[in-house]
Design a protein around this ligand. Structure first.
Ligand SMILES: C=C(O[C@@H]1C=C(C(=O)O)C=C[C@H]1O)C(=O)O
Length: 354
């Protein structure tokens, strides 16, 4: 609903009282508390809020969120198109163009009549907080700026504390730890190398370290391999340089990044938007900030003549060792529980009702 007040929520923080909105990343090194969303395609919205409080995510209000029906989701690529894309990426790998590329699809469903006009991503965040808790969960609600996002991201893109910067690339997904193959470790290490290189471009020489490599982390309904890359930011570098050196995040592009981006552009049929971008907050007064990789993320698009839609992206890292059907199944696994929460068919029993 367009008259819902601007709001941002990140874990236990809630921000209100919108002051400024800018697309200039240098603002993040000025003053104040900023909510930040960077589209995969490069659009940046930084919103400064005057009031920031610690407040747990409120309990869902029954009836506050009317999601799409479970059967109404359509995918930008169906199974045949997706598996063909995986085969095409393997050809690129054989040709030496790339050694990993992340292939993604965007799911879309109309928001129900009337309820769509009133849809509030913060009400969805309340459901996600119960149905799919995530370390980088958040809401950014700025309808007048075309930003209505609810994320349940498990993945750290950038954390900054003064001059220390960290990234937490995820690569390797299974239902259980027993599903993880050697291939998942290889995938993770490729991306860790890429992130080391990206951070190295704006880091004090020799300061880039990997304190954790391929740690198995449980998340709702699945496990991931997670690594940590840490660096000391060079004295000349701020948020603008950091984003310039590292965006889009390596885990959702591939390696080498420039070749992976060209392949993604050729194969994917829908813009990723906030999905696979960066979503989070920056406290410019304290020199701190935390941006998630915008995966496991819903957003409302009101720009279509047919009425508002809810979108959600899902994808997987493709390497030479990829089996097309397995990669499709991985994208289904990443989406199923979250779609059930958004459609109201997820029950606390851990099962979906349909
Ligand atoms: C693209 C997604 O996930 C990315 C791909 C992963 C993988 O291939 O294992 C894991 C986490 C993300 O970096 C997604 O969740 O949509």
């Amino acid at each position: 609903m367009h008259d819902l007040p601007p709001l941002a929520r990140f874990g236990g923080l809630v921000a209100s009282d919108l002051r400024d909105v800018t697309s200039d990343p240098a603002a993040l090194d000025s003053a104040g508390f900023w909510a930040v969303t960077a589209d995969f395609e490069g659009g940046l919205v930084c919103a400064r809020f005057g009031d920031v409080r610690t407040e747990p995510v409120p309990a869902p209000v029954p009836g506050a969120w009317h999601g799409p029906s479970a059967g109404d989701w359509t995918s930008s690529m169906d199974r045949a198109a997706y598996t063909a894309g995986v085969r095409r990426i393997r050809e690129h790998i054989a040709a030496g163009d790339v050694y990993q590329a992340n292939l993604c699809r965007v799911l879309t469903a109309p928001l129900p009549d009337r309820a769509g006009a009133r849809a509030d991503v913060d009400a969805l965040t309340a459901l996600l907080a119960r149905g799919n808790p995530a370390p980088y969960a958040g809401t950014i609600r700025l309808p007048a700026h075309g930003v209505e996002i609810a994320t349940a991201s498990p993945e750290l893109y950038l954390r900054r504390d003064g001059r220390t910067v960290e990234s937490g690339p995820i690569k390797g997904t299974g239902r259980t730890a027993g599903d993880l193959l050697e291939k998942d470790h290889a995938e993770n290490v490729m991306i860790v190398d890429l992130v080391r290189n990206d951070l190295g471009r704006v880091a004090v020489a020799g300061s880039v370290t990997v304190p954790e490599l391929c740690v198995v982390e449980p998340h709702p309904g699945l496990v991931h391999l997670v690594s940590t890359v840490r660096a000391a930011l060079a004295p000349r570098a701020g948020w603008a340089e950091l984003l310039g050196a590292t965006f889009p995040p390596g885990s959702v592009t591939g390696a080498p990044k420039s070749s992976a981006l060209a392949i993604i552009e050729a194969l994917e049929t829908a813009p990723r938007g906030p999905y696979c971008g960066g979503i989070g907050w920056v406290d410019a007064d304290r020199g701190t900030g935390e941006l998630a990789v915008g995966i496991r993320t819903f957003w409302i698009d009101r720009a279509l003549p047919g009425g508002p839609v809810l979108r959600f992206g899902t994808g997987a890292g493709i390497t030479w060792g990829s089996d097309p059907e397995r990669e499709w199944a991985e994208t289904e696994l990443k989406a199923s529980r979250l779609l059930a929460v958004a459609s109201g068919t997820y029950r606390e029993t851990g099962r979906t009702a349909s």
